[in-house]
Design a protein around this ligand. Structure first.
Ligand code: ARG
Length: 459
């Protein structure tokens, strides 16, 4: 196929070189944004008298029908075209002739692609936000159900203090809430229109960039035309926010994998979100969680790849920048598919509260509460801490837990111990006594659920 820019060349492009530079097989997914941008560009050209209003109307009408034909599948992408921008312009010109050839006045593919990708990322990020909201709602529902289910809280993966499963889950709700705010932040900075920057230096036509920007839902225009066509900071920011979402999903996945192991058995994943083994008949594997954890690597890789691609690029546009798209498209697809699988997996999982409670009964996770008991009776914390350490050592040597030590034995360590100590180290009490804001008690977890629910409603 003859290239639009063939005029300056004596020879046609080598076939392999043509395939190598072509981007239509991946940028075709921006067809809606490309057409929408072109429609407003034509309207602006007509409004400014740069082309006739008749031509502008012919262009916008035909672009609208190209859009619906692409949506319905009636029109197919021509993979011989260099990119989506060339394809749409080619179809338009084939259909309406000279009027179509006027669309690219006061525009370059450099500002066009910068516009399309911003609009595409805006749309996709909104979809990701909806998926995150679904996940957060699912988490808060589970947390509400389990606001009083006691489990061991861990540090260093060693049993540390009793917490509730609801409290543990709400920690993830907070992370995903921050992820939404990170995405909104990045979109706010991205939402400036580059269209009208043209190739790099602006244009001699009396264009109206502000009109195009507001018609396309932007908050303003990029102020420097060289920056407008060179900037891919927004890709970096979004790739970083997507990476953080994956990091959170991956930590959550890791816990799902641990909790569903026989060693923990805190949860049972639903059959519809687990797989079997081809040789070991007993196996029920948490593949979804493992894949989410695994796919985190590629999203990090896309961020690194894009940062490295941009490093050292001189101004303004360079073809290297075409590489931004596959990286960010892959990250978007990955984040979306992971959220789509992860959320119903969490909703369907069975929580084995008895096992969680049993695990909480071992491992001296009420030792801090025993030390606090002595502190409340007047002993300095460091002394109490030392005495409880010695009591724990004695229990371990006798293969018993704190609840099983007799009062006489306790009294040998300190005269301050009395019968009321057993109430203080009761696990339910340990949780309920945690009255500081953000802590693990039922009422505190309820406040956290309320906070997150309100944040979701106000977003
Ligand atoms: N396919 C190109 C890209 O994705 C569009 C811009 C091409 N501009 C140019 N001057 N070759 O970056």
């Amino acid at each position: 196929m003859e290239k639009m820019w063939a005029g300056r060349f004596a020879k046609s492009l080598d076939k392999l070189a043509d395939d190598f530079t072509s981007s239509i097989h991946f940028d075709c997914r921006m067809f809606r944004q490309d057409i929408r941008g072109s429609i407003e560009h034509a309207v602006m050209l007509g409004k400014q008298g740069i082309i006739s209003t008749d031509d502008a109307k012919r262009i916008t009408d035909e672009l609208s029908s190209i859009l619906s034909q692409l949506e319905s599948g009636e029109l197919e992408f021509d993979m011989e075209c260099e990119d989506i921008h060339m394809f749409i312009e080619k179809i338009l010109t084939e259909r309406i002739g000279d009027a179509g050839k006027k669309l690219h006045t006061a525009r370059s593919r450099n500002d066009q692609v910068a516009l399309d990708i911003r609009m595409y990322l805006r749309d996709e990020t909104n979809e990701i936000i909806v998926l995150l909201k679904n996940l957060i709602s699912t988490i808060t529902e589970k947390a509400e159900e389990h606001k009083a289910s006691i489990m061991p809280g861990y540090t260093h993966l060693q049993r540390a203090q009793p917490v509730t499963f609801g409290h543990h889950l709400m920690a993830y709700a907070m992370m995903f809430l921050r992820d939404i705010s990170r995405l909104r932040d990045a979109v706010k900075r991205m939402n400036m229109s580059p269209i009208g920057c043209c190739a790099l230096a602006g244009t001699t036509y009396d264009t109206d960039r502000d009109y195009e920007a507001s018609a396309l839902g932007f908050d303003g225009i990029v102020q420097n035309s060289m920056d407008g066509v060179s900037d891919r900071d927004f890709c970096i920011e979004l790739l970083s926010a997507y990476s953080t979402i994956m990091m959170h999903l991956s930590r959550f996945s890791e816990e799902i994998i641990l909790w569903s192991s026989w060693e923990f058995k805190f949860i049972e994943l639903d059959d519809s979100y687990t797989t079997g083994s081809s040789i070991m008949p007993q196996k029920k594997n948490p593949d979804m969680a493992e894949l989410v954890r695994g796919k985190t690597g590629r999203v990090y890789g896309n961020l690194m790849g894009t940062l490295t691609m941009l490093k050292g690029l001189p101004l303004a546009y360079n073809k290297d920048m075409q590489e931004d798209k596959e990286a960010i498209f892959d990250s978007i697809d990955t984040v979306k598919v992971c959220l789509r699988v992860f959320t119903p997996m969490i909703a369907a999982m069975q929580v084995l509260t008895d096992n969680m409670f049993k695990a909480a009964q071992k491992g001296f996770i009420n030792a801090t509460d025993l030390a606090d008991y002595l502190v409340k009776k007047g002993m300095p914390f460091r002394s109490a801490y030392k005495i409880v350490g010695e009591i724990v050592a004695e229990c371990i040597s006798k293969s018993i837990v704190l609840e099983e030590m007799t009062l006489d034995e306790y009294k040998k360590h300190s005269e301050l111990f009395d019968d009321d100590l057993y109430g203080e180290i009761d696990l339910v009490n340990c949780v309920e006594k945690r009255i500081s804001k953000g802590s693990t008690s039922v009422s505190s977890v309820e406040q956290q659920i309320e906070y997150v629910t309100e944040a979701l409603e106000n977003d």
